[in-house]
Design a protein around this ligand. Structure first.
Ligand SMILES: NC(=O)c1ccc[n+]([C@@H]2O[C@H](COP(=O)([O-])OP(=O)(O)OC[C@H]3O[C@@H](n4cnc5c(N)ncnc54)[C@H](O)[C@@H]3O)[C@@H](O)[C@H]2O)c1
Length: 356
């Protein structure tokens, strides 16, 4: 890291609900609070401002983190506080317009929450905007920085358990392919050396469920193929994995079982062993590493693995999963679609029409 003369000035928009229990349909995970703690422990960045359209949410946040400048909307914060970095912690429907506003105001770095964009058209427009303005964007798929996942990737690709074959995961508790699933799609890419899959095939049951401002599937399954032959399979809405199992990485001469997010059971020709990666800080170190990489990208041009080209690819994969369901066909990457809406809305409309 090169030492800048003064710390970068960070701001957060969409600080998080002051009360309420987090859920896939009601939000209220207060991810803005995690971003604030991330900035607190990252050298070279100071949190100087926050904005939220809800006064009670803003007041609670400002009191917790003693933030000097509070604003009722993003526009006034950009104009008055002139931040170098903005964390966009609102739902997906607002991300694109907020990124545009930040770039127009000269913001240098953005940490934009997932799901990143709503549609293929937005993704194309965002690629143009980044090429035009040079704004540096990361998306917090921070799990790749957790010890258990980093070690699983190392063993899976080391040859110790043979040829990598398939990574499987399932997410229950009403979670979908975008709000939680986007993290697992990113992990699938991580386990395949960050490659884009060649294609994806998916199917879903969509009825009336909505969360975070968009239609959500009740149940979905997707399968994708990576260059070299590796496969990954994700099921959402129903979790068939028991005993704390999060993911299974199967190879030709063994397997790796990820337990919760902090333990591995590795089966190889030499037998079975466990490795533990307990994290008393609940992942905050991983978040801070991500912020530090954005800081270095701004200060000395070192592009992080979670940089824009990569996270745009993961968003493209997420959209491709849903577009496979809309088209009833395999989707090959890069996407050839230019549609303008969240693809699950099309599935919800189709379901309504079929019910008369
Ligand atoms: N990276 C992760 O691990 C992770 C974890 C949880 C949530 N998230 C993502 O973070 C995002 C936020 O989720 P949450 O549950 O923390 O949200 P939340 O419901 O706790 O808070 C959203 C906040 O946005 C504010 N807001 C809404 N419209 C606004 C506007 N136009 N301008 C300014 N503020 C506005 C609301 O008043 C509220 O304070 C979602 O996209 C979610 O998927 C990511």
């Amino acid at each position: 890291m090169t030492e800048p003369s003064s710390p970068l000035r960070a701001a957060i928009v969409g600080v998080g609900q002051a009360s309420g229990k987090g859920s896939p349909t009601a939000g209220a995970f207060r991810i803005g609070y995690v971003h604030a703690r991330m900035y607190e422990r990252t050298a070279g960045i100071d949190l100087v401002a926050a904005a939220d359209i809800n006064q009670a949410n803003l007041d609670a946040f400002v009191e917790t983190f003693r933030v000097a400048n509070a604003y009722p909307d993003l526009g006034s914060m950009l104009k008055d506080a002139r931040p170098d970095i903005v964390s966009i912690c609102t739902y997906v429907g607002l991300h694109f317009e907020m990124i545009e506003a930040c770039a127009a105001a000269g913001v240098r770095g953005i940490i934009c929450e997932k799901p990143f964009v709503e549609s293929p058209a937005q993704l194309t427009a965002l690629r143009d905007l980044v090429a035009r303005t040079g704004v540096k964007i990361v998306v917090p798929h921070f799990r790749r920085y957790l010890g258990a996942f980093a070690r699983a990737e190392e063993v899976y690709n080391s040859g110790e358990i043979g040829q990598p074959l398939v990574v499987t995961a399932a997410i229950g508790d009403e979670w979908d392919l975008s709000e939680w699933g986007s993290h697992w799609l990113d992990m699938f890419r991580f386990f395949h050396r960050d490659a884009m899959p060649e294609w994806v095939l998916g199917q879903a049951r969509v009825t009336t469920r909505r969360g975070f401002g968009h239609a959500m599937e009740d149940h979905a399954a997707v399968m994708m193929a990576f260059p070299g032959g590796g496969r990954a399979v994700l099921e959402t809405g129903v979790n068939y994995l028991n005993d704390g199992v999060t993911m299974v990485l199967s190879a030709s001469r063994g397997s790796i079982v990820v337990i919760r997010e902090d333990q591995l059971r590795i089966y190889s020709a030499e037998g079975e062993r466990s490795e533990s990666f307990e994290d008393p800080e609940g992942g905050l170190k991983a978040w801070s590493r991500m912020a530090a990489e954005l800081r270095d990208w701004i200060n000395d041009g070192t592009v992080p693995r979670l940089g824009f080209d990569h996270v745009a690819g993961t968003a493209e994969l997420n959209l491709g999963c849903y577009l496979s369901m809309v088209d009833g066909d395999r989707i090959d990457f890069p996407l050839a679609h230019a549609t303008q809406e969240w693809p699950v809305e099309a599935l919800a409309r189709r379901r309504m029409a079929s019910k008369g």
